[in-house]
Design a protein around this ligand. Structure first.
Ligand code: ACO
Length: 276
């Protein structure tokens, strides 16, 4: 992706992994309208960036994100309906639509505080890896508001009913270890191992056939909302589409290596990829 003049985020690529860092550490990466516009632009471009094999979203400094910026996003736009609407659309675009439809695997690397609206990109990413001492909170109740946008819907889907109700109504915080126990994140690690663990996980994803990864993550998201019979029908069509979409011809290659060459066992690891 060409370098763009962002002030609120940093975009870097290292060996196929694109790191997008929310970069307002002095405000604990609270999300301002300007940050939303930059994230929306960045994700639109990264979705078609050939150097991006895995996307990681994280925060600079002590926080992943302290949620919506209470001054710049809420108070300063209170009497400016056009700006309120524009920034709201940009927010919903990047931290929900663009992330949930991103064509490559996405990882939220939660390095610290994660409050309110900051929970949405975590839920939207395919995977989430948290520092054990990261602090999560549905703090809305403490502001006298409810978890709006996609937050309530997301926690009610990702957590159990009991846990979603408890954390939303009490506003009690939970750390990265607890987030793993609640299955709110994929796993947690000590903070000094966070980046290394994220890179290792990203590399594991990069060993797989990218077309199969994309179709599989899309399938897992979609079937959750379908009745069984429709899911089977959808998966049949999706599976056929994958055969034509996959430039590596993974299905035939896997069959060849297993049945003819006898060089691989799928239960023990991926077939030997031949990149096109
Ligand atoms: N909006 C605007 N500014 C914020 C936000 C926010 N969500 N969060 C932090 N800041 C600002 C603080 O006002 C402070 O600014 P200042 O230096 O100009 O005074 C600066 O960021 C640093 O914040 P501190 O509170 O000093 O940092 P600390 O490390 O002590 O605490 C914490 C961090 C726990 C995240 C605290 O800032 C906090 O509780 N923030 C609000 C979290 C929250 O409830 N977010 C949900 C918002 S509602 C929603 O998203 C829908």
């Amino acid at each position: 992706m060409e370098k763009r003049p962002y002030e609120n985020i940093i975009v870097e690529n290292e060996d196929g992994i694109t790191w997008v860092t929310l970069n307002r550490p002095e405000k604990r990466n609270a999300m301002s309208p300007a940050l939303h516009y930059e994230m929306d632009d960045a994700l639109a471009n990264l979705a078609v960036d050939s150097k991006t094999e895995v996307l990681v979203i994280t925060g600079a400094g002590e926080a992943f994100s302290a949620g919506q910026d209470l001054k710049l996003y809420f108070r300063d736009t209170a009497n400016n309906p056009a700006e309120r609407r524009r920034s709201n659309e940009a927010a919903h675009s990047w931290f929900w639509e663009r992330l949930t439809t991103f064509p490559k695997p996405t990882i939220a690397m939660v390095n610290g505080y994660c409050f309110g609206g900051g929970l949405t990109p975590v839920c939207a990413c395919d995977f989430a890896i948290a520092a054990e001492d990261a602090v999560f909170g549905l703090s809305e109740i403490n502001w006298g508001i409810l978890p709006g946008g996609y937050v309530s819907w997301n926690v009610a889907n990702v957590m159990s009913f009991r846990d979603a109700m408890h954390y939303a109504v009490t506003g009690e915080t939970f750390d990265g270890r607890k987030a793993e126990e609640l299955r709110f994140v994929t796993f947690s690690v000590p903070k000094d191992q966070l980046r290394q663990a994220t890179v290792a996980y990203a590399r594991k994803l990069m060993e797989k056939n990218p077309a199969a990864v994309r179709f599989t993550k899309e399938a897992i998201r979609t079937v959750r909302g379908l009745p069984a019979q429709q899911a089977v029908d959808y998966l049949r069509a999706k599976g056929e589409a994958l055969k034509y979409f996959d430039p590596e011809g993974g299905r035939e290659e896997g069959m060849r290596q297993f049945l003819d060459e006898k060089s691989y066992r799928p239960g023990l690891g991926p077939y030997h990829r031949k990149k096109p």
